[in-house]
Design a protein around this ligand. Structure first.
Ligand code: C5J
Length: 223
């Protein structure tokens, strides 16, 4: 059928039905991508993440053209911090803590400028935006129900950061029975070696958590 294709991936090719596939874009928020946000307050060099934007934009464009289900996630907390565990707020020695006022509004708080998705990948009408308090996109969200309602069995996963929210979401998805294809150049980490190992962890042991494919391989299979 025109909805089916095979994606060149590791550890091996995977046959997909695009009508049962969702593009899941993890946490491409100003708070992680731009100076002055949560990522930088933790001591990170945010420029390390820029490489993921163009590959995601290309796959997002193709997904929109083909009518694929698109999900955007945002990590963040309610203004009263009632969904932010003290263990998360108090962690480390950040320059600003979650909820503190920063140059893009309160750090990692829903509704603030820094919490929103970067303009290059901004959601459009009909796309799902999942606000999540944790690293995984399934914990304390409607994502599982949203995917079930659309009979989705396969996820194209990309975003930031590879070893934190991307890996956590892939592991949650894998345990729930979804087949995950992680877009290698559509993910990035503040630590290049964690990006590399984060991808290896997914595809090792015959694809213990899923598959890894380049944006080019996915675009090739979509068109
Ligand atoms: C992090 C995320 N890295 N979105 N969050 O703290 O990966």
């Amino acid at each position: 059928s025109p909805h089916s294709a095979t994606v060149v991936a590791e550890p091996g090719p995977i046959a997909v039905d695009w009508a049962a596939t969702a593009l899941v874009i993890i946490d491409m928020q100003r708070d992680f991508m731009e100076p002055g946000g949560f990522g930088e307050t933790l001591g990170n060099d945010v420029s390390q993440l820029a490489s993921a934007v163009a590959p995601i934009a290309a796959v997002l464009k193709a997904a929109r053209e083909t009518g694929m289900m698109v999900v955007h996630t945002r990590e963040g907390h309610l203004p009263d911090l009632s969904d932010a565990p003290p263990a998360k707020i108090e962690r480390g020695a950040p320059s600003l803590r979650i909820g503190d006022p920063g140059p893009m509004g309160r750090i990692l708080i829903r509704g603030e400028a820094g919490h929103d998705i970067i303009p290059a990948l901004y959601p459009v009408e009909g796309e799902i935006v999942i606000d999540k308090p944790g690293k995984g996109a399934f914990y304390a969200t409607t994502l599982g129900a949203d995917l079930k309602a659309r009979d989705i069995d396969t996820l194209l996963v990309c975003g930031v950061t590879t070893e934190v929210c991307v890996n956590t979401t892939v592991r949650e998805a894998n345990d729930r029975g979804y087949r995950c294809i992680v877009i290698s150049d559509g993910c990035a980490s503040y630590f290049p070696e964690f990006h590399e190992m984060g991808l290896k962890m997914i595809k090792a042991q015959g694809g213990i958590f899923g598959w890894v494919a380049s944006s080019a391989a996915i675009l090739e299979a979509m068109t």
